[in-house]
Design a protein around this ligand. Structure first.
Ligand code: SAH
Length: 242
């Protein structure tokens, strides 16, 4: 029997996102909540500690990315600044045929993500402990991802320098953003053009019970990122392309 919060997740994923989660997937979300609460008692992973709130603000919010991913498409997805695994882990649960790389500069949080992945039996994820700027200059990562997601990582101009170099030509950056998205995207016009991107869409998402809309800013990689980008770790935020 799924818990009340996971039951609600199943219903909302279906009614709001049109996604049918199978029982095995719901069980994985259930287990993820247990692990998150257990680890969170020992380290600071998330400020959200109510199962119903975790289901809404971490799981359902992460799953909104599926609204803009081509449905059955295989491919490689990179989650930059994944923290405790959002949106990367829910996406890996919901789309087992996507190969999901979860990247963060903080090893501590990645230990949780790795342990959770193992406990849930997710064989489509891998962990990358690195600064996005360093990964962006490493040929093992640079230009190799079909989709690059990021939630609550940095402001758009810096975020573009941390994501577009990692995106394949023809691929897409999906930045999960809050109320000020339109202004933020405008401030990133130069960064987007400089790094080989093009704004594709700003997709509005509304979640039940949340007053403010959320947005997915979609930036397509249409050209090449010049070799000098990304600059060294820290520079994109300290001295953004404006
Ligand atoms: N995406 C998660 C975590 C957000 S907190 C969520 O929405 O819940 C921001 C995370 O981004 C932190 O874990 C931080 O370590 C990571 N981060 C910030 N800048 C980074 C960078 N340049 N490279 C890699 N990770 C970064």
């Amino acid at each position: 029997m799924p818990s009340k919060s996971i039951d609600a997740l199943a219903r909302q994923a279906q009614s709001i996102l049109g996604i049918e989660l199978a029982e095995a997937q719901l069980a994985q979300f259930e287990q993820l909540t247990d692990l998150l609460l257990d680890w969170n008692a020992r380290m600071n992973l998330t400020g959200i500690t109510e199962p119903a709130e975790i289901a809404l603000k971490h799981y359902l919010d992460s799953l909104t990315v599926l609204n803009v991913l081509p449905k059955a498409r295989r491919g490689r997805l990179l989650d930059v600044g994944t923290g405790a695994g959002f949106p990367g882990l829910p996406l890996a649960i919901a789309r087992p045929w996507l190969r999901v790389t979860l990247l963060d500069a903080t090893a501590k949080k990645l230990r949780f993500v790795e342990a959770a992945g193992r406990a849930l039996g997710l064989d489509n994820i891998r962990i990358a402990h690195a600064r996005a700027e360093d990964a962006g200059r490493d040929d093992a990562h640079r230009g190799t991802y079909d989709f690059v997601t990021a939630r609550a990582v940095s402001r758009m101009p810096a975020l573009m320098e941390c994501t577009l170099p990692l995106t394949k030509r023809g691929g897409m950056v999906i930045a999960m953003k809050g109320a000020a998205t339109h202004a933020e995207v405008r401030s990133a016009n130069k960064a987007i053009a400089t790094l080989g991107g093009e704004l594709a869409d700003i997709h509005e998402v509304r979640l039940p019970g949340l007053e403010k809309p959320r947005f997915l800013a979609l930036v397509r990689k249409v050209g090449k990122t010049p070799r000098r980008y990304p600059r060294q770790a820290g520079s994109p935020s300290r001295d953004p392309i404006l």
